[in-house]
Design a binder for this molecule. Structure first.
Ligand code: ADP
Length: 235
């Protein structure tokens, strides 16, 4: 059974259609990379998956017991967010907010989940540090721990390695692969084609005329992979 399935999904702003009749599905354990040029609708699709943008046509269905508010989301970082004045612990545990409802305090269980995810990402020692003082790579680990507090099932990552240096980027991909091997489904928007074909099980390539969705193997055999600059498929 799919976790997420779209059928003829159509998204638009005012009268401008950005995505038309898009069909793809994500099954438990998949690692889907969403690639495509700027303006091809990747962020708009992310908003729709999170329920922040209503389709004008078609459907997004959630299966296998997944609720829309159980998607662990790691947003694209802006400079303002990099300067966020809170401790590492506060940022991580805020991932539990979706499930907290109207209770004013975090429960012992939520504090336990935050501690578990900080441990998992090797940031327990940074717990009391100010988020804004951390390196880019440390900040991404904090945001990943936060996203994991919101889910045990599926992560949605929007260009998570932008601005990270090459060593830290490789480390970050390693973390994501480990989390995926541990059973968390991954959807990642990325510009990094060579990483997409290296790590992903499936590719959704957004193009104005014709989107591709399929396994990474199928993608590499398809015309859509010519989209890779200079024919370098990065493998
Ligand atoms: P990508 O993430 O692939 O760069 P976007 O989803 O941001 O693409 O944008 C797809 C199209 O939708 C672009 O033409 C963009 O100008 C337009 N668009 C994005 N956000 C808005 C908005 N809030 N209002 C109107 N048009 C928008």
């Amino acid at each position: 059974m799919s976790l997420i399935k779209t059928t003829n999904l159509t998204l638009s702003y005012e009268n401008m259609t950005v995505i038309k009749d898009l069909n793809f599905e994500v099954s438990p354990g998949d690692y889907l990379c969403i690639v495509g040029e700027n303006g091809s609708g990747k962020s708009t699709l992310v908003k729709a998956l999170l329920g922040l943008k209503k389709p004008v046509g078609g459907l997004i269905e959630f299966g296998d017991g997944l609720q829309q508010n159980e998607i662990g989301y790691l947003p694209q970082q802006t400079n303002a967010q990099r300067d966020f004045p809170a401790s590492v612990y506060e940022v991580v545990i805020s991932g539990c907010l979706n499930s907290r409802g109207i209770r004013p305090f975090y429960s012992a269980q939520e504090r336990g989940i935050a501690a578990e995810n900080m441990e998992r990402l090797g940031i327990s020692e940074l717990k009391k540090r100010s988020y804004r003082e951390l390196s880019g790579g440390q900040q991404q680990r904090v945001l990943l721990a936060r996203a994991l507090c919101a889910t045990r099932k599926i992560l949605l990552l929007d260009e998570p390695v932008t601005g990270l240096d090459p060593m830290v980027t490789v480390e970050f991909y390693g973390l994501i692969s480990q989390i995926n091997h541990d059973g968390v489904t991954v959807i990642m928007v990325t510009h990094d084609m060579s990483a997409a074909v290296k790590y992903a099980s499936h590719i959704l390539c957004m193009r104005e005329d014709d989107c591709f969705f399929g396994s990474t193997e199928e993608f590499l055999k398809s015309d859509s992979s010519n989209f890779l600059k200079g024919g370098d498929k990065g493998v």
